[in-house]
Design a protein around this ligand. Structure first.
Ligand code: UDP
Length: 414
């Protein structure tokens, strides 16, 4: 049996490990930026330690900030089921999905902000709050405090539900700056807005090179045939990721081409809808042994890596999306990606250059069929996609942006 790539205990990765990926000069530049922040500290806060893109980014970014000499703490807020139901509703509403207003939702949200504020301390110089769930922690910022508070918004808030947006605005206005993932997410606001691309870590278990043996064994474990084309979407089981739409597209493809579909996902602590969506997906996939619905535990990074590496095509048929790190991961693995033109995906998938952008179930099926019958074009898209990620969406780039932002906010010369 192939050894499973170790995730625990983690190898301590240092910035120098990235020299083969981005070169020594870039690394030295980051170290020199960090030296100018000497003595400053950072706190990152979000709402889950596992599951979803934000946890994925912080997991890799925070140790690098430490390594570069900027002490960084990562705190996760707590909340009951009632809180996460409210915040998931807010999340969907901010993405423009229908939202049924329950006035007590706002009270529940406020109560957990107070509770978390009381349990936490905020002594750091830079406090970065990720997404709406902990946005109200800003009320802990005392008058005359020297700390710089930044709200890092990972979701597409270009067309939000006005009621939810206006509610959050009371908190947002008190921040010094907001970070967004795409130029199209800017909002008219009285505070500065900065563009940061989310990132993946090429050295993480999710993205590092795997032995062929481990990949083969992973397919075997999930009864996936390595000799037939594999279409894969990795996503939380969430309606906005449209897993049912992926199944419909696969069924259209299957009328003409042989292939298998893998829908791999898992839950996130701050996403209470997952169980129900998974049940709907399992029902839609029943009776077709070529659809593999995999409900994976949070420690499945090597398996997800193997599934992505073994795929013929990576799909991300989201109806709404923040950025879509699963797309970044697919591109990094040189895979042809077929993905919806929503949220930050068009920044990654440049149509016909680094992948195929789609707008419907039929369009998804059409592009999959096209790529299955044109493997040379598929290969070239994957190569281009890899270069695009290397240039723009690696964790080292994200680290550099944070260092520059902190220098800017503290008034130090960059
Ligand atoms: N992911 C995972 N296990 C799962 C589903 C997703 O590890 O079961 C990872 C996925 O590989 C990616 C991240 O979670 O790194 C999802 O980020 P994305 O931006 O695509 O979507 P989000 O979940 O943040 O909306």
């Amino acid at each position: 049996m192939a050894t499973r790539p170790a995730t625990l205990p983690p190898k301590v990765i240092t910035l120098d490990d990235y020299i083969p990926v981005i070169g020594a000069a870039e690394i030295e530049e980051m170290r020199s930026l960090a030296r100018r922040l000497e003595g400053r500290t950072v706190k990152m806060v979000n709402s889950t330690a596992v599951g979803g893109g934000v946890a994925e980014i912080l997991n890799r970014l925070v140790p690098l900030m430490q390594d570069v000499g900027v002490p960084t703490r990562w705190d996760v807020i707590t909340g009951g089921e009632d809180f996460f139901e409210v915040t998931k509703g807010f999340h969907n509403a901010l993405h423009g999905a229908p939202y049924e207003v329950r006035w007590e939702a706002f009270d529940i949200f406020k109560a957990y902000q107070v509770q978390n504020r009381q349990q936490m301390s905020f002594e750091e110089d830079f406090i970065v709050i990720h997404d709406p769930q902990p946005i109200g922690l800003i009320e802990a910022r005392g008058n005359g405090s020297r700390a710089h508070w930044v709200w890092r918004c990972h979701i597409d808030v270009s067309k939000p539900n006005p009621l939810v947006w206006n509610f959050l605005l009371q908190y947002l206005k008190r921040y010094e700056a907001m970070i967004i993932s795409s130029p199209s997410f800017t909002r008219p606001l009285p505070i500065s807005q900065y563009l940061f691309f989310p990132s993946i870590d090429p050295l993480a278990p999710k993205n590092q090179e795997l032995s062929e043996e481990f990949t083969r064994e992973t397919l075997e474990r999930f009864s996936i045939d390595p000799k037939r084309p594999i279409l894969t979407q990795v996503s939380r089981f969430d309606r906005l990721k449209d897993p049912l739409g992926v199944i419909r597209a696969y069924k259209l493809v299957r009328k003409y081409s042989d292939c298998q579909l893998v829908l791999a996902g898992g839950g996130a602590k701050d996403d209470p809808e997952g169980v129900q969506v998974l049940a709907e997906v399992q029902e839609a996939a029943a009776n077709d042994p070529d659809i593999h619905v995999l409900d994976l535990p949070p420690w499945s990074a090597p398996e997800i890596n193997a599934l992505q590496c073994a795929s013929t095509i990576i799909i991300q048929k989201s109806l709404q999306e923040g950025f879509g790190l699963t797309v970044t991961e697919g591109l990094w693995k040189k895979k042809p990606v077929v993905a919806s033109a929503v949220g930050g995906i068009p920044l990654q998938v440049i149509h016909k250059l680094t992948g195929m952008l789609v707008h419907s179930v039929e369009g998804t099926a059409y592009q999959i069929r096209y790529l299955l019958s044109n493997p040379e074009i598929a290969r070239r898209l994957g190569e281009n996609g890899h270069e695009h990620v290397k240039e723009n969406f690696l964790v080292t780039r994200n680290l550099k942006r944070y260092l520059l932002l902190f220098l800017l906010l503290s008034g130090a010369p960059a």
